[in-house]
Design a protein around this ligand. Structure first.
Ligand code: FAD
Length: 406
């Protein structure tokens, strides 16, 4: 019998971990493995807020695929996926077409705009290395412009962040730390700069422990962040954003609008004939698509109910990695002719949100709350643990956060 073709789409947390594990667990004769990714690198999505704020260089977050994958074992194709045909078992790429026996979809997330006018055109989103690098460059460029303008241009120094969820709060922590450096570099008095957060819901970090939320908001306010809670973004224009609270609208002039308030699955998944909810496939317990026994979906393109909370698992790197590990084990079973697949069981290692390099909040071991430096160290432990898992000590030493005890 010929070897089955396993094709993995996307080299994010879900895709790269699936591939690394398949490479380890399968023998060369078991299957042909192909990985398709837009770029020739894997990147740490969970560090993008640091790149966007300019507190971390983007090269720290990028790992060449060749450092993780043995190209003698895995056929790597750097290309963009355009569509998937699950009936015909084909994937259309920009530069060609692939057929598969088993498919793993790990194409990640896209920004959700909730229909807000002008958002896609005039706001930036923290979605990948390119978009994050652009945010850093634009903010720097606006600060550089300020003292060259004939009139006072407050819009250049006003940074508006839409959304006070995990990503929004983490970005606020970084940008609040970066602003004093930018002020010094471009000879701007700190009090001229405004950092405004706009959140539609009644609290920041919805779902987090209230004591931790209060700590996070207080710490960010001390660093100059202004929170506008229960406030809707109505429109984004070239000149700024229009917000509304209690039926009153206000225009905030700003050239630095960063949208961090919502994600969906990749639209390619939504347009490829799968049953979807916001571009996410409601997978079975073993992470296969409902109608297709040979299609596994991992990470932010999948949606799965948590039986404990009766709500879907949130889109996180932690879950994408665990889904990938399970999928590699299940694929091993399938290629060996065993169709009894393991169900997904979430092993909750805790959640930590950073508030800048040395501050954070988090919950570990189910209910243990962490604040400040200890939470920040825990965040770096989580990041380093991932690197060790993915590429061993070599990768950890090259890319790890080794400044945690300073
Ligand atoms: P991704 O990591 O998004 O990877 C998708 C991959 O697919 C990318 O490599 C991309 O280049 C590739 N791709 C996309 N489209 C195509 C295409 N058409 N063709 C080819 N390749 C394509 N989660 C946590 O658990 N903890 C955190 O602390 C945390 N912090 C976060 C901070 C920020 C700023 C953000 C944005 C997210 C954070 N998350 C965190 C969420 C987490 O990053 C995501 O849940 C996770 O990245 C999902 O992994 P994934 O493998 O599904 O997708």
């Amino acid at each position: 019998m010929s070897r089955p073709n396993i094709v993995v789409l996307g080299a994010g947390y879900g895709g790269i971990m699936t591939t690394v594990r398949l490479q380890k667990e399968l023998k060369a004769n078991d299957a042909n493995i192909t990985l398709v990714n837009k770029n020739d690198y894997h990147y740490q999505t969970t560090w993008l807020h640091e790149i966007s704020a300019g507190t971390l260089h983007h090269d720290r977050a990028r790992i060449p695929i060749g450092d993780l994958i043995d190209f003698n074992r895995v056929n790597f194709i750097q290309d963009t996926v355009l569509s998937i045909d699950p009936e015909g078992q084909r994937v259309q790429l920009e530069e060609g077409e692939l057929t598969y026996d088993y498919l793993v979809i790990g194409l990640g997330f896209e920004t959700a705009t909730f229909g807000i006018e002008g958002l896609l055109e005039h706001a930036h989103s923290i979605t990948n290395i390119n978009s994050s690098r652009l945010i850093r460059e634009e903010i720097e460029s606006n600060f550089a412009k300020y003292n060259n303008e004939p009139e006072e241009r407050d819009d250049l120094l006003t940074i508006v962040v839409g959304g006070a969820g995990f990503t929004g709060i983490e970005f606020l922590g970084e940008i609040a730390n970066r602003v004093p450096e930018l002020c010094e570099e471009y000879d701007i008095p700190r009090e001229k700069v405004r950092i405004i957060n706009v959140e539609a819901g009644p609290t920041a970090l919805a779902g987090f422990d209230p004591e931790l939320v209060e700590y996070a908001m207080n710490r960010l306010e001390e660093k100059g962040v202004e929170f506008r809670i229960s406030t809707m973004i109505k429109k984004v224009t070239e000149d700024g954003i229009v917000v509304e609270k209690d039926d009153e609208q206000e225009m905030i002039p700003s050239r630095n609008v960063v949208w961090a308030a919502g994600v969906t699955g990749n639209s390619i998944v939504g347009e490829s004939g799968f049953e979807v909810n916001r571009n996410k496939v409601p997978v079975r317990e073993d992470l296969r698509a409902p109608e297709y026994d040979n299609v596994f979906v991992v990470g932010d393109c999948a949606v799965l109910m948590n039986p404990e909370t009766e709500r879907p698992y949130p889109p996180t790197a932690q879950i994408a990695i665990q889904m990938a590990e399970l999928t590699a084990r299940n694929l091993k079973q399938v290629v060996h002719g065993n169709n009894e697949l393991e169900p997904f069981e979430f092993d909750n290692k805790g959640t930590v949100a950073s508030l800048g390099n040395t501050d954070a909040i988090g919950v570990i071991f189910g209910d243990r709350k962490l604040f400040g430096r200890s939470a920040s160290i825990m965040k770096k432990v989580i990041d380093n643990r991932y690197l060790l898992k993915l590429g061993g000590v070599g990768l950890f030493l090259k890319k790890g956060k080794l400044d945690m005890y300073h």
